[in-house]
Design a protein around this ligand. Structure first.
Ligand code: GUN
Ligand code: ZN
Length: 434
């Protein structure tokens, strides 16, 4: 049966960094989204028009609540789900002291199955309906993550976190075991709609050239796979990469020489990338994920969005749990705003909303599926209500336009404001009771 979801409908039609921001943002007062029985969007528009045209549709009335597209988290670590808020470290020390011990716990499959359900639930509860995730080093745990995503309705791109250097032995693969186990998981994801595989070498310091060779073989053999890794996050990390790869011109060149860079590559952080590296990223059309909360938490530095955008590098936003401190892309967008203020770049409602939704879908080649409310896409959306928060209601009442209200939402969202999440037209938060 068709359904009409009523509320204030807001989304971004196209990239506001290349078009006019005003024209890219659509806010439909007294709006409606029409979804078919398969969870695809059939139409959007004023509710009176759509109700008159579809008198047989079931009505789901959210009153004055806002309906925004489901968010896209471009970088988050599953086995760090319980590892946020470790005190007092920078990247390399934090990995050894806090992260690797936390990731070892995922060797226990029963523990990992529960953690996977909670992790997926937490993302959906924050309005994320698509996520690019660093999986566990352990195949049963990463399989559990894919399974939880399938059951709970999260569109998931993930893969085994691969390392063969400089970590506790149980977290390491050999190049051969990495190849064999990744292949198994790729075969599984190929059969399941909504699941995608990302070959996931952790970063240059965790992977020998032989491990990176395996990663290249996998993306050559399975060209639909993504590749995700980290780059230029922290100055000590960059010095260590220089020392380990003296033949490379720079950090990016380590990955480039190994044939790992393409439009299906997502590089997290890029805080300290040089002009030469950015030029090359643009040439190779790799995507870059901005994770401001994590960058500030680990004291890594502040990502410069303008330097990436002026080269037309596609940028998406990630929470980077567990260096990030919240699971919500909406909260992360407020950190994006603050971080870019440091460079005198002002991001209005259209640009911020774009970065958390359509930019992610475009960067991940999923814009035919999600990212806004265009006809034919999956009905992935969140319902935001200010009812729980009197001060915020008063703040919204003082805005002079819906666009100003949206900007306030993008900076003042708290998890208690999220009333529901729909993924593919299915109510996933709160879970539908049979
Ligand atoms: N670089 C290599 N591994 C990691 C990780 O787990 N988190 C972050 N933020 N950076 C990394
Ligand atoms: Zn990361």
């Amino acid at each position: 049966m068709k359904r009409l979801f009523l509320g204030i409908v807001a989304h971004v039609l196209e990239n506001p960094f290349t078009g006019s921001a005003e024209d890219c943002l659509e806010i439909i007062e007294d709006g409606a989204l029409l979804a078919d029985e398969h969870g695809k969007i059939l139409a959007r528009g004023p509710k009176q028009t759509l109700m008159a045209a579809h008198p047989d549709a079931e009505i789901v009335d959210f009153g004055d609540d806002w309906l925004l597209p489901g968010f896209v988290d471009g970088h988050v670590h599953f086995p760090q789900v319980y590892a946020t808020a470790a005190y007092g470290h920078h990247l390399l020390d934090w990995l050894q002291t806090s992260v690797f011990p936390a990731e070892l716990a995922f060797a226990d499959e029963a523990f990992a199955v529960v953690a996977a359900r909670r992790f997926v639930h937490q993302l959906l509860r924050m309005g994320t309906t698509t996520a690019l995730v660093f999986g566990s080093q352990f195949t049963p745990a990463t399989r559990a993550l894919f399974e939880a995503a399938r059951q709970q309705g999260l569109r998931l791109i993930s893969g085994l976190t691969l390392m063969d250097l400089d970590a506790p032995a149980r977290l390491l693969h050999t190049p051969q075991s990495a190849y064999d186990e990744c292949r198994q998981l790729i075969r599984m994801t190929e059969k399941t709609p909504g699941l995608y595989y990302a070959v996931t070498p952790r970063f240059a310091l965790s992977c020998s050239p032989a491990m990176m060779d395996v990663c290249r073989s996998l993306i050559e053999e399975f060209p639909d796979c993504y590749l995700q890794t980290h780059i230029n996050e922290n100055l000590d990390e960059i010095e260590a990469v220089k020392a380990s790869f003296p033949e490379a011109h720079n950090y990016l060149d380590v990955y480039a020489r190994q044939g790992l860079l393409s439009p299906r590559t997502v590089l997290a952080h890029s805080v300290h990338s040089t002009d030469a590296e950015l030029d090359r990223m643009a040439e190779l059309d790799c995507r870059v994920c901005h994770c401001p909360a994590s960058n500030m938490y680990l004291g890594s530095g502040i990502f410069n969005l303008a330097r990436h955008l002026e080269r037309r590098i596609q940028v998406l936003v990630g929470t980077d749990i567990g260096a990030g401190t919240n699971f919500s892309i909406l909260e992360e967008l407020s950190d994006v705003y603050k971080a870019q203020q440091m460079y005198d770049m002002r991001l209005g409602a259209a640009k911020l909303l774009y970065l958390g939704t359509l930019a992610g879908a475009e960067a991940l080649h999923l814009a035919g599926e999600t990212g806004n409310f265009a006809e034919g896409k999956s009905a992935d959306f969140v319902v935001l209500s200010s009812q729980t928060d009197l001060c915020f209601q008063e703040r919204l009442a003082r805005c002079t336009s819906r666009k100003d209200q949206l900007f306030a939402w993008l900076n003042m969202f708290r998890p208690s404001h999220l009333r529901a999440t729909y993924s593919g037209g299915r109510l996933v938060i709160p879970e539908e009771r049979p």
